[in-house]
Write a protein of this length. Structure first.
Lengths: 583, 79
């Protein structure tokens, strides 16, 4: 993972890509310098994730014209994501060499003018195109004519660029479909002396050395993964030699390496990185061949364990094979195998997982535990375009989920269990607070999803302004806590007599509690209030939405050619143990 | 070693080795455009662990020139 191939690998590989795709994306790239090879690299990296990638690379340094001209090839290409990669030399022109040829005021005006120009480009582009826009910030120069005095100069070269970066970041923070790529961070990570190859620059105006193009695309792929809703949701971990050094069954509680000195601190470091991901909404689980008691003793009692029992959404510690355990974890957490990352120090276990469950992302863990944390840092698979409240609360929600499961086990039947849950469904409108989560659910939900229509954040915003559409979501609470916003519906008003259920979905987190019937009941009630006579719905089968297959007939919908309809003259039964509130 | 050089050229230009000779150049190989010449340069420098000067690069017009400058850098190609 941390080992990146040379650009030539991608150029060659691109000639022999297999036609085995599950998703597709149209990517356009605009730049102020030569970025040849970036298209081929995108295609190969996308193909590795079964994404068909269609690219458009703008002409050399023509980004202004491409954005300003409505008829340009850029707009004709109709991209899903557009990358605008600009560099500091092009921005500054001769000021790159002679920044102090103009005075402080002029330098400030210059930066202000450049900021306005870029803002204008962003505004025009986002008005004309539905594409997401990812624009890079500027690499802060490390060279200066002033040498060591640079950092003391008033609005000097470095300050000019950092000020522009800051302005850009503040401006973009409030925009919905525009994102800032930290190119300055990218250059810092790999080093300016590596990224900038003077020979390549002088021959071909190449400002990111050819062999760093793959690294750049790796980072940019984060946006592709997030746009397509392919980000991973759960890290499944081995224990011995993964979360701690040594084998607890042999070395014992006191013999494992986990603490403040090498190499025990490598595992502490790794666990801290995992906890960091957990606290932003990535679940963690255990899949380990071990004696349950030995392992639990470490997890519960070892003073240097960073990850506690409460952090694990699911634990499979037994002598079963890891593939069976992985399938059980997937069933237990109720989401598909493609959402999981598997981390295990043993190459044989990894090979086994890769060959049996290729949907799971099995990480190549280096032999040296001091490099474990770095592997997590460099993964681009956890990227999302928005981090919502639900994300940061997710870890807690899953430990409440464990309590729910225990109640379910102790209840004599499902009805009793549901009655004891004290369920409450709160219906909310699509507004600036709920739209990010609505869009997230629409992009992510596979199982309980009638039509699996994927809409981007911008689409949802448009729908919410449209009088012919009703878009809402449901927050589900029970006595164990808040499940957050876990249901979404979109209704299209076809006529004064008929509504169409365009989208109806439920997060797997609340499936099997009849919440769906309450939610549909709410829509039926609203329809009746509007004098609607029938509601039309569609079930579009996919490989994953079997759980919703019988939902419409169960609720009284009748088959009507390709559609399902329900006449609102009939009584609609909603579960009496769920309270519905409207906000 | 000549084989190693021809292998790299064949891979970068996406042509069979049999089509490469001392006179091969951007004029005779259609895929030998400026971008592929940067890639070729990068590959040669990585493979032979050396760095060519900007003048050497500008004066290289064909495969025979590449061999000449490899020799200047102490890289001996057999056959």
């Amino acid at each position: 993972m941390s080992v990146e191939e040379k650009l030539s690998y991608y150029l060659t590989k691109n000639k022999t890509l297999e036609n085995d795709f599950e998703k597709s994306i149209r990517i356009s790239i605009l730049s102020s310098f030569t970025l040849n090879g970036i298209e081929e690299t995108f295609k190969v990296k996308c193909a590795e994730k079964k994404i068909k990638c269609i690219t458009y690379l703008g002409s050399y340094n023509q980004y202004n014209q491409e954005i300003l001209n409505t008829e340009s090839k850029l707009y004709q290409f109709n991209p899903d994501v557009t990358f605008l990669i600009l560099d500091t030399r092009s921005l500054l022109g001769d000021l790159w060499y002679f920044p102090y040829s103009i005075d402080v005021k002029q330098r400030k005006d210059f930066i202000e003018k450049k900021f306005e120009e870029i803002k204008n480009l962003i505004k025009i582009f986002t008005k004309k195109s539905k594409s997401k826009l990812v624009i890079s910030n500027f690499n802060i120069p490390t060279k200066s004519n002033y040498g060591i005095f640079e950092t003391k100069s008033d609005f000097g070269l470095q300050k000019m660029i950092s000020k522009l970066n800051e302005n850009l970041q503040d401006f973009i923070a409030d925009l919905d479909s525009t994102y800032l790529f930290d190119l300055n961070g990218f250059v810092t990570r790999y080093g300016e002396n590596n990224i900038f190859d003077s020979k390549q620059f002088l021959f071909g105006d190449i400002k990111i050395a050819l062999d760093f193009i793959p690294h750049l695309v790796h980072d940019l792929m984060g946006y592709v993964i997030a746009t397509l809703g392919l980000s991973k949701r759960c890290i499944v971990l081995d224990l011995d030699n993964t979360l701690w050094g040594g084998v607890v069954g042999e070395d014992g509680f006191d013999g494992i390496k986990l603490g403040s000195t090498p190499s025990g601190n490598a595992f502490v470091e790794f666990q801290k990185h995992l906890l960091g991901l957990h606290s932003r909404g990535i679940l963690i689980a255990i899949n380990s061949k071990n004696n349950l008691d030995d392992a639990l003793e470490v997890i519960e009692k070892h003073p240097n364990m960073i990850l506690k029992k409460k952090h694990f959404a699911c634990m499979r510690i037994n002598w079963n094979d890891k593939v069976s355990n992985m399938k059980e974890i997937s069933a237990d957490l109720n989401f598909g195998l493609e959402n999981f990352v598997f981390i295990d120090d043993d190459p044989i276990n990894r090979e086994f997982m890769k060959s049996r469950l290729p949907q799971v992302l099995t990480v190549e863990l280096p032999k040296d535990p001091s490099k474990y944390a770095k592997v997590l840092e460099e993964m681009n698979d956890f990227n999302v375009l928005k981090i919502t409240d639900e994300d940061t609360k997710r870890g807690l929600m899953y430990s409440q989920q464990k309590e729910r499961k225990e109640l379910e086990k102790s209840s004599s039947n499902l009805q009793d269990f549901l009655k004891n849950m004290e369920l409450k469904v709160i219906i909310k409108k699509a507004d600036s607070f709920t739209i990010p989560r609505i869009s997230q659910l629409i992009l992510k939900t596979n199982q309980f999803n009638l039509t699996t229509k994927r809409y981007q954040l911008e689409d949802i915003q448009r729908f919410s302004q449209d009088d012919n559409m009703i878009i809402g979501c449901a927050q589900v609470e029970d006595k164990f806590g808040d499940n957050g916003i876990t249901g979404v519906f979109i209704v299209q008003k076809n006529s004064t007599k008929e509504w169409v259920l365009d989208t109806f979905l439920l997060s797997c987190r609340v499936m099997g509690r009849e919440v769906e019937k309450s939610l549909l009941g709410y829509i039926v009630k609203k329809a009746k209030e509007h004098g609607i006579e029938k509601i039309k719905a569609k079930f579009i089968p996919t490989q994953k939405n079997k759980p919703v297959e019988d939902f419409l007939p169960q609720c009284g919908f009748k088959k009507d050619n390709d559609d399902w309809t329900i006449s609102l003259n009939e009584t609609f039964h909603i579960p009496d143990f769920i309270k519905i509130e409207e906000e | 070693m000549s084989k190693k050089l021809y292998d790299i050229i064949a891979r970068v230009m996406d042509i069979p080795i049999s089509e490469i000779n001392d006179n091969s150049s951007p004029e005779t190989i259609s895929s030998w455009d400026s971008f592929n010449s940067y890639i070729l340069l990068d590959e040669l420098e990585a493979e032979f662990k050396t760095e060519f000067t900007i003048d050497e690069v500008t004066e290289t017009k064909n495969v025979s020139d590449i061999k000449k400058y490899l020799k200047v850098h102490g890289i001996i190609l057999d056959d």
